[in-house]
Design a protein around this ligand. Structure first.
Ligand SMILES: Nc1ncnc2c1ncn2[C@@H]1O[C@H](COP(=O)(O)OP(=O)(O)OP(=O)(O)O)[C@@H](O)[C@H]1O
Length: 583
């Protein structure tokens, strides 16, 4: 938490100083507030003229008791208004710093998260990551706002009132200062337990969000199989975890308040006893005792408020730990070396070499040893059984994963050495399921190149045969799609994906089963669109569909993570040591 404060708080230092200044002004006003009451008690009701810092001011309108009473009442109102104004301004400044810092933390977390390598995301549930960005950052925000609006002013008040009590009389001061460790002890005693409960609660909540996200992503499957009750049960188990942790946190919180009340009562009783004795012995006036009691109340009030916020801080701490696990993940895209592309041509020639490539997802081998060369302008189809490693080979060309052994080279340079931005401009892909975002059809095509003109978007849409169906819609390419691009058929989505890839205009095109699941008529249409995409580019595709194999110039069969000796679909193989064939 302290690390997040330091890192994200630096830009707000001037505002924080302003906030501190406003809080000190408020504190000073609050310290003066009990003195008009003391004047009424001593001078108006008691008739004595004990020392009072506001004495001269209260006498200004006349020495009569009724006038002094009215002046004191007016002074109380005035001081309350001034204190409220400083309180408002201080809250605005400090609260705003908390809000701004939490927005910066959330933006940084989201930005970092979406740049983390795919291997990280493979091991994370989408709902769990969502929960960190939304809920954990929200909890950190609550803590930051509470820190700046309650904790900091509270501590300032404690220090201010304790100093004022000491100044008033050392005996009052000792009683006041003696209360602080007593009250803090109550907070510290339960701190560790509170933190542990908060940590468990956040983990349980994160898992619950993961369950909801997974169920909603698979809602069609749930409906098809009618398995709502199964997911109800999973959810109930997850909810029980949240409940258990929540009950523990509530118990920790509930214990704090009575202990705190007792500590406060001890302090007040001591002050009353010592103060009353002092008044009876003539050490000080009743007005002074009133002021001292008012200072003591002012001193313990923020401590009580703070102890009630202990739960908020414990949750903020637990959330900060969860956010730190994201921010601490090394992100290759953010290393300076990832950016410059000096010395590289604007457009790659398009030759691809796999040399002794092995790839493991964690412990699981996906590629054992792949040696393959794809020449510039070649169109190679990878075929083979499920799990042979075809999609993994494509992902390595795109630089989405790093090989565990060996190297993938583009025009002779390994993908590990190529700057990510440069690589993105050289490689584009059409996947089995084209993911579309909420927005218009045109927005989704332009996703490949945000600076493309409307004419370029239209040209790509025409070449990919998107206009065949889009022009029949009332808004054409400006037709809005729902969340995740709902509203299009499978074939239509693939054609939008092809238009996107056309607009990207990369020299290397990857096709990962782009026609699987399409009916023959739709497939013909998508293959026709793909024919325009692949022209003049280096293409590596995975497919079993004869229609798509028809646009390949070479077919390579893979099995168990390496090239296989067997020929596929009658197409022959060879190319050096690799078992491949030219058509
Ligand atoms: N993200 C991943 N995390 C863990 N293992 C993975 C991941 N992706 C693939 N694998 C594993 O790697 C192996 C190769 O998978 P890959 O998807 O490359 O095969 P494929 O030949 O494309 O299969 P298919 O024809 O079924 O698409 C499989 O055993 C698979 O379980």
């Amino acid at each position: 938490m302290a690390r997040l404060f330091r890192g994200f708080g630096t830009p707000y230092r001037p505002r924080l100083l302003l906030g501190v200044g406003l809080r000190i002004c408020e504190m000073a006003t609050d310290l003066v507030t009990p003195w008009p009451i003391a004047a009424v008690v001593d001078r108006v009701l008691g008739g004595s003229g004990s020392a009072n810092p506001l004495g001269a001011a209260l006498d200004a309108f006349g020495p009569e008791r009724s006038t002094m009473l009215a002046t004191a009442a007016g002074a109380v109102i005035l001081l309350a208004l001034v204190s409220a104004a400083f309180d408002y301004a201080g809250d605005r400044v400090m609260g705003a710093v908390g809000e701004r810092m939490s927005v910066a933390i959330r933006r940084e977390t989201f930005g970092h998260l979406q740049r983390l390598p795919l291997i990280y995301h493979d091991g994370q549930a989408v709902g769990e990551s969502t929960s960190r960005v939304i809920t954990d950052c929200g909890r950190i925000k609550d803590s930051l706002v509470a820190f700046f609006s309650v904790l900091f002013p509270g501590l300032l008040s404690v220090a201010g009132y304790a100093a004022a009590l000491l100044f008033l009389d050392w005996r009052f001061g000792l009683i006041g200062v003696g209360c602080v460790p007593l009250i803090l002890l109550v907070g510290v005693r339960n701190r560790r337990r509170g933190r542990r409960a908060a940590r468990r609660r956040r983990e349980a909540e994160g898992q619950l969000t993961g369950l909801v996200a997974e169920a909603l992503q698979g809602i069609r499957t749930i409906h098809v199989f009618g398995r709502q009750e199964l997911h109800d049960r999973h959810f109930a188990t997850g909810s029980d975890g949240v409940l258990r942790a929540g009950l523990e946190a509530a118990d920790v919180q509930a214990r704090r308040v009575p202990l705190l009340e007792s500590a406060t009562a001890v302090g007040t009783a001591a002050l009353l006893w010592v103060g009353g004795t002092g008044v009876l012995r003539g050490w000080w006036s009743v007005g002074h005792l009133v002021v001292a009691l008012s200072y003591l109340t002012g001193m313990v009030a923020p401590l009580r408020a703070l102890s009630k916020l202990a739960g908020t801080f414990a949750q903020g701490q637990a959330s900060a730990e969860r956010i730190a696990t994201i921010l601490d993940e090394p992100c290759p895209l953010r290393t300076p070396a990832a950016e410059p592309s000096a010395g590289l041509p604007d457009r790659a020639a398009g030759r691809i070499d796999f040399t002794g490539v092995a790839m493991e997802y964690g412990e699981r081998p996906a590629l054992r040893r792949l040696d393959l060369t794809v020449g510039r302008g070649e169109r190679v189809a990878l075929t083979g059984p499920n799990g042979a490693g075809k999609s993994t080979a494509l992902a390595l060309i795109a630089g989405l994963y790093r090989p565990t052994r060996g190297a993938v080279r583009i025009d002779g340079t390994t993908t590990a050495e190529l700057p990510d931005r440069w690589l993105r401009r050289q490689v584009t892909a059409v996947l089995q399921d084209t993911f579309l975002f909420a927005g218009t059809l045109a927005d989704n095509i332009r996703y490949a190149r945000p600076d493309a003109s409307p004419a370029e978007v239209r040209a790509a849409a025409e070449a990919a045969l998107v206009t065949d169906f889009a022009d029949l819609l009332p808004d054409g390419l400006d037709t809005r799609l729902g969340d995740c691009g709902t509203g299009l058929s499978g074939g239509q989505r693939q054609r939008v994906g092809i238009a996107r890839a056309l607009l990207a205009d990369a020299p290397i095109v990857l096709l990962d089963e782009p026609t699987s699941g399409l009916d023959p008529e739709t497939e013909r249409c998508v293959v026709a669109a793909l024919g325009r995409l692949v022209a003049g580019r280096t293409v590596v595709m995975t497919t079993h569909r004869p229609a798509l194999l028809g646009i390949a110039t070479r077919v390579v069969r893979m099995s168990a993570g390496e090239l296989s000796e067997a020929a596929d679909t009658g197409v022959v193989k060879a190319v050096g040591a690799a078992s491949t064939d030219r058509r």
